[in-house]
Design a protein around this ligand. Structure first.
Ligand code: 6GU
Length: 250
């Protein structure tokens, strides 16, 4: 799988993909990541990538021409019908606060693509024809405003790369993680058994596997209910589980 990131700040990405699982996946040839300067697809002396919004208003809007040319040169395919990219095993992701949410499910879908082209939005916006006719997906990473799509591109590359088969290594699996089941992960503890007056829950020290599993499930549900009531509401739980996790803090 190959990620091609289109940005006006290619230097932003220097070094960020040189750590951990992404570094190992790149070293192992599972993924390639390249950042490209949008200005390389302009044709004027000043390499202008933005212009004033029709209808008036503050700020500048990224022009469509360099973005269309960038995607066409990086994919070798004509833009204008995003469905063609999907049929060719490519995804073209426009990162913007107006996108649909990046979820574990979407990350899983993207991990199956041959190529993911990532367009980093900037300034006050991107000419809407990019969303209408070029991008296969318009994606946001959460309900807050970033100054640009670059930090979101780092998030997306990380979340997708770890789902590429082989990226996590044999000992780790993505199936037992937070969100794969729609609830949060259970709490973990390591040595020492007592730290600043706080002890590790006794059940975890005993080696009774069934009891440990029961405790973990219950603790995960309790934490989900407290920190993410939205997820708890939607989770498929038995009445007994919902009951046990409900009520006071455990
Ligand atoms: Cl993808 N871009 C920007 N500019 N802000 C965001 C975002 C993306 N996702 C959440 N906020």
């Amino acid at each position: 799988m190959r990620f091609d990131i289109i940005t006006i700040f290619p230097e932003f990405f220097r070094g960020v993909f040189d750590f951990g699982i992404v570094r190992r996946a790149r070293a192992g040839g599972l993924v390639e990541v390249a950042a490209h300067d949008l200005r390389g697809w302009t044709h004027d002396r000043h390499k202008v990538v933005d212009d004033r919004p029709f209808g008036g208003g503050d700020g500048m809007v990224l022009k469509p021409e360099p973005i269309f040319e960038a995607v066409e040169s990086l994919t070798g395919l004509a833009g204008g019908d995003a469905e063609r990219f999907r049929e060719a095993g490519r995804r073209v992701v426009l990162l913007s606060p107006q996108g649909r949410s990046l979820t574990q499910a979407l990350a899983g879908e993207l991990s199956k693509a041959e190529q993911v082209v990532v367009i980093c939005g900037r300034y006050e916006g991107v000419d809407e024809r990019v969303a209408e006719a070029l991008a296969t997906d318009e994606v946001s990473i959460g309900d807050y405003v970033l100054s640009g799509g670059e930090p979101a591109a780092v998030v997306l590359v990380d979340a997708v790369t770890r789902l590429v088969p082989g990226a996590l290594g044999s000992e780790t699996s993505a199936v037992n993680e937070s969100f794969s089941e729609g609830i949060l992960d259970f709490p973990n503890y390591t040595r020492p058994v007592e730290f600043r007056g706080r002890r590790v829950p006794e059940v975890l020290l005993g080696g009774h596997h069934a009891e440990v599993a029961r405790w973990r499930r219950r603790a995960a549900l309790g934490k989900t209910r407290r920190n993410r009531p939205d997820l708890f509401e939607r989770a498929e739980l038995s009445d007994a589980e919902r009951e046990r996790a409900g009520g006071g803090d455990d």
